[in-house]
Design a protein. Structure first.
Length: 56
């Protein structure tokens, strides 16, 4: 399989996934995201700041 095949599976079959980062204290922060856009070599993730930070 090629990169585009994996990206298509992520977008069309899996669709929702968890992205993890760390906060200013080094603690993990996770969010469920929907993968909406892909091309041959990459995917795009959009986020809503209000949703992530609770409107702060």
């Amino acid at each position: 399989m090629e990169t585009r095949d994996y990206l298509r599976i992520l977008r069309e079959e899996i669709h929702s996934t968890v992205i993890a980062t760390v906060d200013e204290n080094g603690r993990p922060v996770t969010r469920v995201i929907d993968i909406m856009l892909t091309d041959e070599n990459s995917l795009s993730v959009c986020r809503n700041r209000e949703k992530i930070t609770g409107g702060a």
